[in-house]
Design a protein around this ligand. Structure first.
Ligand code: PLP
Length: 384
């Protein structure tokens, strides 16, 4: 069926009743290899590192949600990123968002820098800043929006224009928004990437990565890298993510609703200094957020008055419904301290330059009842 709406695609895309039994759910094809009729003659499946039917169903589903021609899944978000950077050659340069997921920063600076790829970390909330770092060797723009953890919004269309004018590959890490809130390929990106561990999976029970593209040549190259380097996911994990995605639209609506209430509650609290959430009208990029996102999500960060790190630690430790943990995007609410957790691999000076100060707390607002979440935040703030 053409032109299905988001929720219908989340439940059905890529999935047909199993032809041999009629099973409504795509089976977990727990196999490493496939029997061939005669040497080289097979049904499109030869060896499961390259292709597995459960994974193929998931790839089609994620591609449908991103309005993409092609999807590819990886054993983690980092595995997907690794494949994307392997499109490049020594000497090539990448311009990346400055407050970026700590693991991406670590991979770029501690692994790929040794292979001669040069990374520039730039505050992209003014897209013109990108132009200051362009040169003949620039090959890729790496954008994360909303940014992590400061919830800056980067104008994807403006980046796509710069990428077009300079023949760069625009990659957007869409993990924070999920395809429910934002579709970067529709705004001109060449590749959209996800840590499916987060909102796509949605239940904090699986690690997985994904990417989508409309370009046949990029897809061929990325699928070749995936099969050659081997960071492809197994069928059980593929099944779990596919099952998670079936409620993505319903979960995202609940995340956004709870996120909005909590952002407004925190903003008026006397112990809190700044609250970072793109839904506020006084957020510096609110207008772009409104244009490129369907809603504002459940990711919120805040700092304590006087940048008091001890108060931030006491607050985070006193939470009872929110769990203190890395990661995000699951049904359960999480709180994190980026400076010592997700962003610990970024040097302090670099971190503070981009605004990740010591009293910053990041919330991944889950879909529990809002009264309980608000009461939990209130008691933790009273205690700190
Ligand atoms: C978690 C995350 C990643 C890495 O994904 P993994 O599945 O943990 O490997 C990349 N980007 C963002 C924005 C993330 O939150």
């Amino acid at each position: 069926m053409k032109n299905m709406k988001f929720g219908t695609k989340a439940i059905h895309a890529g999935q047909e009743p199993d032809p041999s039994t009629g099973a409504i759910m795509t089976p977990i094809y727990q196999t490493s290899t496939y029997v061939q009729e005669s040497p080289g003659k097979h049904k499109g499946y030869a060896y499961a590192r390259g292709k597995n039917p459960t994974r193929v169903a998931l790839e089609k589903c994620i591609a449908a949600l991103e309005n993409a021609k092609h999807g590819l899944c990886f054993s983690s978000g980092q595995g997907a990123e690794d494949a994307i950077i392997k499109l490049l050659r020594p000497g090539d340069e990448v311009i990346a968002t400055d407050d970026l997921y700590g693991g991406s920063y670590r991979m770029f600076t501690k692994i790929f820098a040794h292979y001669g790829i040069v990374f520039h970390f730039v505050n992209m909330h003014d897209a013109n800043e990108i132009k200051n770092h362009l040169n003949a060797k620039t090959k890729m723009l790496w954008v994360e929006t909303p940014t992590n953890p400061l919830m800056k919004i980067i104008d994807i269309k403006a980046c796509a224009k710069i990428a077009d004018d300079n023949k760069l590959i625009l990659v957007v890490d869409n993990t924070f928004a999920s395809p429910y809130l934002q579709n970067p390929l529709d705004l001109g990106a060449a590749i959209v990437m996800h840590s499916a561990t987060k909102y796509l999976g949605g239940h904090s029970d699986v690690v997985m990565g994904a990417l989508c593209t409309n370009s046949d040549s990029l897809y061929e190259e990325l699928a070749f890298i995936a099969n050659s380097c081997g960071a492809t996911p197994g069928p059980m994990d593929s099944f779990l993510v596919m099952r998670g995605i079936k409620t993505l639209h319903v979960r995202m609506q609940a995340h956004c609703k709870n996120g909005k209430e909590i952002a407004h509650y925190l903003k008026t609290h006397p112990k809190i200094d700044k609250v970072f959430w793109p839904g506020f009208e006084d957020h510096p990029n609110h207008q772009i957020a409104k244009e490129q996102m369907r809603d504002f999500g459940g990711m919120i960060s805040f700092t304590m008055k006087g940048n008091d790190m001890d108060a931030a630690f006491r607050m985070a430790s006193a939470l009872k419904v929110f769990s203190l943990a890395e990661s995000l995007g699951g049904v359960e609410s999480l709180a994190g301290h980026p400076a010592s957790m997700t962003h610990a691999s970024i040097p302090k000076a670099e971190r503070e330059k981009s605004g990740v100060v010591d009293s910053l707390i990041r919330l991944s607002v889950g879909i529990e009842d809002i009264e309980d979440l608000l009461a939990d935040l209130k008691q933790a703030l009273d205690a700190c």
